[in-house]
Design a protein around this ligand. Structure first.
Ligand SMILES: C[S@@+](CC[C@H](N)C(=O)[O-])C[C@H]1O[C@@H](n2cnc3c(N)ncnc32)[C@H](O)[C@@H]1O
Length: 207
């Protein structure tokens, strides 16, 4: 990577159409299924970490989710999502922030992260993520995390990633979070390459 993460990701979203990135999915099926499986009410404060230009926020609004925040390091990603949503964008909180430096202003009931945590390859980055997670999740909060699986790609967007299984994610999140479920996904990129993902749902169980 040349430059800092913020520049890298800003360039990615400025240079590419939303549907031309490997992580594009037309429907955020696994995320939505998880919310239904765990019976999470649409009033639960929801934060999408590294949400980028994902259409998850659109799908949440359609389903009546009323308290949605999207955080991303790349301002152009959030601008693309806002342009797509039009006036509905005003119903969402948007924050440009690096998750490893973010001070959550409040505690959320759902913390969602698809394909962001695996970019945190250094122990201190993971510790910083955990600090934000602890500050930004309410008691009993659900944490939905998807990363590349142990047999998934070694890089994404030209950056090295750390691949995970449920045990390594549980260790990274810490003892406050209990693993409720995990499953695998074979994500197909827009150009038809298969990428192995692991999905985990944790619940905060310490207070
Ligand atoms: C592979 S994309 C996934 C985007 C989105 N979650 C999705 O499923 O479509 C990774 C996203 O994480 C964001 N990102 C990378 N590092 C970040 C960091 N340290 N803090 C916040 N966002 C970050 C990028 O800008 C990008 O939008």
């Amino acid at each position: 990577m040349t430059g800092q993460p913020q520049e890298h990701w800003g360039r990615v979203y400025s240079d590419k159409a939303p549907g031309d990135v490997s992580w594009f999915q037309s429907e955020p099926r696994h995320s939505l299924d998880a919310l239904v499986r765990f019976g999470l009410p649409a009033t639960t404060p929801f934060v999408d970490i590294g949400g980028g230009a994902s259409t998850l926020v659109d799908a949440l609004l359609v389903r009546g989710w009323s308290d949605v925040t999207v955080v991303d390091i790349a301002a152009p990603a959030l601008a693309a999502a806002q342009a797509r949503l039009g006036e509905k964008a005003a119903r969402v909180q948007w924050e440009v922030a690096d998750i490893t430096r973010w001070n959550p202003p409040r505690r959320y009931g759902v913390w969602h992260d698809r394909a962001v945590f695996h970019f945190l390859t250094e122990p201190e980055q993971q510790t910083a993520f955990r600090r934000a997670l602890l500050a930004g999740t309410a008691p009993d909060a659900h944490v939905i995390i998807a990363t590349f699986a142990p047999d998934g790609p070694e890089k994404c967007s030209g950056l090295p990633v750390q691949r995970h299984d449920a045990a390594s994610l549980a260790a990274a999140l810490g003892s406050e979070f209990t693993l409720l479920d995990d499953w695998r996904e074979e994500h197909l990129t827009p150009w038809g390459t298969a990428q192995k993902f692991i999905w985990c749902v944790f619940q905060r169980a310490d207070d």
